[in-house]
Design a binder for this molecule. Structure first.
Ligand code: IPE
Ligand code: IPE
Ligand code: MG
Length: 227
């Protein structure tokens, strides 16, 4: 039996299209990324008005290291600035930061900032999980290794070792910018997640777009293989 309307607990977003947003305006890519950070800020601020428990944001993939060095370092700099400028607001708004991905290999000062932010937001009641140096295949391989070391490799044992182990099950995955692929994001967790693809470029994505995606999600019928 399916409830009348579904409420999503956990939404994940592949925030794509910053480069194309800038290109269309004949601006440097970095400006697109800056406007992308503003879209993140708007969305995180809007969480206090809704009932979403967890928002997971794909910020930097394990493959994004292939980009030119100046773009990678600009992205890392924006991450530093964002944590410094927004941490207090996270705390005030009861937002708990989580990180998925192998973030310990980032620059030591970023690791320190992130770990301080994790500790200081630990009491928050809604989670914003940021995917940093995240690759889903790597995550699954790591979880399988850890599960094997403990005994059997079962789906349950793997789940206990995924970066998302403390997050609610994924309900809805959104990707912006018109691309229809997962780009190594949450492959395991998407097993029965609903999907939403929009042509909106990430810097243009607003809380209203999220609300619309949640309204659409509420009308879906999830079957999980049953009938
Ligand atoms: C997403 O925007 C941001 C990151 C991957 C960090 P892109 O930079 O991928 O933008 P497009 O896809 O080139 O438009
Ligand atoms: C996925 O976007 C990664 C993030 C949004 C952080 P990409 O722009 O890197 O993905 P591809 O290369 O188009 O698949
Ligand atoms: Mg892209």
């Amino acid at each position: 039996m399916q409830p009348e309307s579904l409420r999503a607990r956990h939404v994940a977003i592949i925030m794509d299209g910053n480069g194309r947003w800038a290109k269309r305006r004949h601006l440097p890519r970095v400006v697109g990324h800056q406007r992308g950070v503003e879209a993140v800020r708007r969305l995180v601020r809007s969480l206090k008005d809704g009932d979403l428990e967890c928002l997971t944001l794909y910020a930097f993939s394990s493959e994004n290291w292939k980009r030119p060095e100046d773009e990678v370092s600009a992205l890392m700099d924006m991450l530093r600035k964002f944590i410094r400028s927004d941490l207090e607001e996270f705390i005030e708004n009861g937002v708990r930061l989580a990180i998925i991905g192998d973030y310990q290999v980032l620059a030591p000062d970023i690791v320190d900032l992130l770990e301080d932010a994790l500790a200081r937001t630990a009491g928050g009641t809604r989670t914003v999980a940021v995917a940093l140096n995240y690759g889903s295949q790597q995550e699954i391989a790591r979880a399988a290794r850890l599960a094997a070391a403990e005994g059997e490799i079962t789906p349950e044992a793997i789940e206990r070792h995924l970066f998302t182990r403390d997050l609610p099950p994924l309900d809805l995955l959104i990707r912006t910018s018109g691309e229809v692929r997962l780009s190594n994001f949450l492959l395991w967790q998407c097993a029965y997640a609903e999907m939403a693809f929009t042509d909106v470029l990430w810097p243009d994505f607003t809380p209203q777009h999220l609300a619309e995606a949640l309204d659409d999600f509420a009308t879906r019928e999830r079957r999980y293989g049953g009938r």
